[in-house]
Design a protein around this ligand. Structure first.
Ligand code: ACM
Length: 752
């Protein structure tokens, strides 16, 4: 037992040991995100009046102040005041709180007590108590509850790119406050990139007098231009930087909130801004010619070590992130100095040359007691001996590195890149592409099943990335980060078995109030309906579920494609249809549709469930979707090519033959594709349909040309419609020409 000095404290501790359940029916008032390990709700409230005394043991004053400041209260460490305090932060022993980052929170009608072993544990208790208040309609009425809690992962990160757009210290602090409120503990500060260097380095002042500024602020103007830099003080200069004092202030501010700041200094790629300013560090020695440091040049190492020396003096983090992503190796191939480095060190190629640089950086960082962290490209050419890998190009880098015994942080684009769309792009500000609704973030599991169970401990946690090419303002950044960060916080904090989307969605409702109170420009829940069919091909039946980000919306639908009204079918849950239908559904409030209706044609077309032969392969390791069933399973893809219904063809054509089983009279065929040029997804140049009776001799019957421009930047869908009236055949071959040699994505070939 904790040595409780006051009777009221003792009473609170006793409640900790009382088995829960008696008041389990009281619910809906405790809505903590991320979900704590154990919550036992009690009846009643603790009323926080304006003269409440907050007592803290000396080691927990940071935590106590965080709670007290937001509630306009002050903290006392005077033991004499302890007996009168209503909110207490108390040190506990290892026997009482098993996990060093864990805490207990007990709220009774008389007092609230946070028990913890460590400063971070106390901070997490303070966050929970703060949320308990800010999620109530009456913030001064704290519901009585006992919470026992500890994190699942030790690394719970948010990355923030301040190169593409600069964000002031005041906003970085606000962002850190919000991270702390949701128990995120690592801030990955992407400080340098081709769009601007953002950290004062005393030895290289031009990094901030020149490389931190560009003449064009708007990404959509600067990126397609010659990408010049400007100079601080020029009338049109856009950018900014943090002084070393600014950065120290951020580090200190974050530390008080239990957050480690990891700085990222990019190398060898993404370094255009350095090389325009210090061109002697590039292969050609000329500015504006390359984005990669010359690895053959000794002054490159002098520069990088000088910079890292100043960086380490500011940032006490164990990890220093050195980037390592997306380096173009072409300059190194033509550079005599780089080739000489390869020869002298017995390296095989330019991949090993990059690895040579990363290994030297690791040796340097290690000599200063730090560890190297890099994007998963640092695996190529051989991983530095003790490097930690951030897996962003999917999960494979993380799987490989963990299985090799390296620590990894998972940040796969499909689940963790918060620069992607979170709702229908037509309703959203311009984004870089992709589609990552909050539900998909929530579904993420940081330990991939492909990691050997004995190696799972190498997954330190996960992180969301906020790349800011298309995020120029603080409001926009909040829109992209929230509420998705809340979903991620639960992914990395809460035990997997304790996670439930429906339960999270319910608790999220209370956090809309909290986010509004803190003036966070969060993305409001979408009114879009996902119409999710489930086919029974044998019985020719389909059951349909309507899914929404709204909580319990009133939905009406029709099955003949007509617009729904309050006289249409009221959606009461999954319903069943026989045969084909055109479902049209909408949320209707006060007699009016709140957004445009959503449509889905469920097709029992002639190709459904038929065998498909691939004359050229789909992208089996990246976008197999439902493999050979994908194109004829009746399911249409959603807005995202990563949704498991869009099949990818990487670089090659789509060329498939569908066997209809016997000679079949044909009417029409539709083949649907998507275009999203950001990630290199294009429409086919043309779709050619050929028919055959024997599967060997085909006659080409129709060609449909693409009419979507390859420069169309919005997410675009097109069904190539082919008229086949009067034709009869058993085998139908569909050839879609991948003229751009990028990705083709197809979701269905429909034959009537
Ligand atoms: C990255 O997104 N280039 C790490």
């Amino acid at each position: 037992m904790i040595m409780a000095k006051s009777g009221r404290l003792m009473a609170a501790m006793l409640m900790l040991t009382v088995a829960g359940g008696a008041n389990a029916q009281i619910s809906g008032r405790v809505n903590i995100i991320p979900k704590p390990a154990l919550v036992v709700e009690r009846g009643g409230i603790l009323r926080l009046s304006s003269n409440v005394l907050v007592y803290s043991d000396k080691s927990f004053t940071d935590a106590a102040s965080l709670f007290a400041n937001q509630a306009n209260l002050s903290v006392s460490t005077d033991k004499k005041g302890k007996a009168k305090a209503q909110v207490l932060f108390i040190e506990a022993t290892a026997r009482e709180i098993a996990d060093s980052a864990g805490y207990k929170l007990v709220v009774t009608p008389q007092l609230a007590v946070v028990y913890a072993r460590t400063k971070v544990g106390a901070l997490y208790g303070a966050s929970t108590l703060t949320q308990l208040s800010l999620t109530q309609k009456d913030m001064s009425a704290i519901p009585c509850v006992e919470i026992t809690d500890h994190p699942r992962f030790g690394y719970r990160g948010m990355h923030f790119d301040v190169s593409r757009h600069f964000f002031p210290v005041s906003f970085i602090k606000r962002f850190i406050d919000l991270m702390a409120l949701y128990k995120m503990n690592t801030f990955h500060w992407h400080l340098t990139d081709g769009a601007g260097w953002r950290l004062e380095i005393k030895k290289y002042p031009e990094l901030t007098s020149k490389a931190a500024w560009r003449p064009l602020g708007a990404w959509t103007k600067w990126w397609p231009s010659k990408r010049r830099y400007s100079e601080e003080g020029n009338a049109n200069a856009y950018g900014g930087y943090y002084t070393q004092n600014d950065a120290r202030e951020v580090v200190d501010y974050a530390a008080k909130r239990g957050i480690t700041v990891i700085p990222e200094i990019e190398m060898p790629g993404h370094s255009e801004e350095v090389l325009a300013t210090y061109p002697n560090l590039s292969c050609t020695g000329k500015p504006y010619e390359s984005s990669e440091f010359c690895i053959g040049n000794d002054s490159t190492f002098t520069f990088l070590q000088d910079v890292l020396t100043e960086v380490m003096a500011i940032f006490p983090s164990k990890y220093i992130h050195v980037g390592g992503d997306e380096a173009n190796k072409e300059h190194w191939k033509k550079c005599p100095k780089c080739q000489n480095r390869i020869k002298e060190n017995g390296l095989k190629d330019e991949l090993e040359l990059q690895s040579y640089l990363i290994r030297r950086m690791e040796t340097f960082l290690k000599s200063k007691g730090r560890r190297l962290l890099g994007w998963d490209e640092i695996l190529e050419g051989g991983l530095a001996p003790e490097a930690t890998v951030m897996s962003w190009r999917g999960e494979q880098g993380g799987i490989d590195a963990a299985n090799m015994g390296h620590d990894v942080i998972m940040t796969p684009g499909g689940y963790c890149y918060f620069d992607s769309y979170q709702a229908d792009p037509a309703t959203q500000p311009l984004a870089i592409g992709g589609f990552l609704p909050i539900k998909k973030v929530y579904a993420y599991e940081p330990i991939p099943s492909m990691i050997d169970s004995a190696k799972a401990k190498h997954v330190l946690g996960a992180q969301a990335c906020l790349w800011t090419e298309y995020i120029p303002t603080t409001e926009h950044l909040e829109h992209m980060a929230f509420p998705r960060m809340l979903a991620l916080s639960e992914v990395v904090w809460t035990q997997r078995a304790n996670r439930s989307w429906d339960d999270f969605k319910q608790r999220l409702q209370a956090h809309y109030l909290l986010l509004q109170r803190l003036n966070v420009s969060y993305c409001r829940p979408s009114y879009k309906l996902d119409i999710v069919p489930k086919f029974d091909y044998e019985a020719k039946k389909v059951s349909v579920t309507l899914v929404s980000e709204q909580l319990n919306p009133t939905i009406y639908y029709t099955t003949d494609g007509s617009l729904p009204t309050t006289a249409s079918n009221l959606y009461k849950g999954t319903f069943e249809l026989s045969g084909s239908a055109k479902i049209c559904a909408a949320i209707i409030e006060n007699g009016e549709m709140v957004a445009k209706p959503d449509m889905l044609e469920v097709d029992f077309h002639k190709a459904i469930g038929r065998p498909v032969v691939y004359n050229s392969p789909y992208s089996a390791n990246k976008y197999p979707a439902q493999k050979e069933a994908t194109l004829v399973n009746g399911y249409r893809g959603s807005l995202s090519y990563g949704d498991g219904q869009w099949q990818g063809f990487e670089g090659g054509d789509m060329d498939v033959t569908i066997d209809l089983g016997n000679a079949t009279e044909l009417n029409r065929l539709g083949a649907s594709f998507m275009q999203q040029i950001g990630p290199g997804v294009y429409m086919p140049d043309s779709v050619v349909v050929s028919l055959s009776d024997d599967g060997k001799n085909f006659r080409e019957v129709k060609t449909v040309l693409n009419d979507i421009s390859a420069t169309e930047t919005s997410l675009t869908f097109k069904t190539f419609q082919v008229d086949l009236k009067g034709e009869t055949a058993r085998y139908v071959r569909v050839f879609a020409k991948n003229g751009k040699r990028g990705f083709l994505f197809a979701d269905e070939v429909v034959i009537y």
